[in-house]
Design a protein. Structure first.
Length: 192
């Protein structure tokens, strides 16, 4: 949604090559477009964790490291020629949102998506606006802290930023659905 919002604002086109926004793109990725990233046609690997990372989701890396890992990885196929879902592609999209908007990814979402939708309890792990007893607790082998809650996971890592790394509530998800249907955050064309 953030990319489509930026397109509506006239700040980018989904047909643009990623080279317009990212420096030092390797030759094999120069033909990749924003649309390729959004539609599973990027050819990028699915995840960007590396062997030796202490955790595949919450080990903190910044945007620079994430882009280095993503752009330095081997492609599954030439961009635009096949389909394979890629969480890493959504990380690149989040980076483009920051670069184009001049705002943090979370800040852009809050201003242009969540705020207008009336969503008050949605954000990255470090931005959870809920009491402990209102946050679902995870089970199953994650040993971050005594309580496996996103409130205890620390700053959202670029391992998952753009492709997840957020928390919400049922009420906020309902507000999001209504905002999209009522064109509060995107035009009817973009919402479709």
């Amino acid at each position: 949604g953030a990319i489509l919002k930026l397109e509506e604002m006239g700040k980018l086109k989904t047909s643009d090559s990623i080279t317009k926004y990212l420096p030092d793109v390797p030759d094999d990725k120069k033909s990749m477009t924003i649309d390729d990233l959004m539609t599973g046609r990027s050819g990028l690997q699915n995840f960007l964790g590396k062997p030796g990372d202490p955790d595949p989701d919450n080990f903190y890396i910044d945007r620079t490291e994430a882009l280095k890992r993503i752009l330095g990885s081997d492609l599954l196929f030439q961009p635009g020629t096949e389909y394979a879902h890629s969480h890493a592609a959504f990380g690149v999209l989040a980076a483009i949102v920051e670069i184009v908007s001049g705002d943090s990814y979370a800040g852009f979402l809050e201003k242009h998506m969540f705020g207008p939708a009336g969503m008050t309890k949605t954000g990255h792990y470090e931005d959870i606006k809920a009491e402990d007893e209102d946050v679902a607790i995870g089970y199953g082998g994650k040993d971050y802290t005594a309580i496996n809650s996103p409130k205890n996971w620390g700053k959202t890592s670029w391992l998952v930023l753009g492709s997840g790394g957020m928390v919400s509530t049922v009420g906020d998800l309902y507000r999001w659905n209504q905002a999209i249907r009522q064109n509060k955050v995107l035009s009817p064309e973009a919402a479709k």
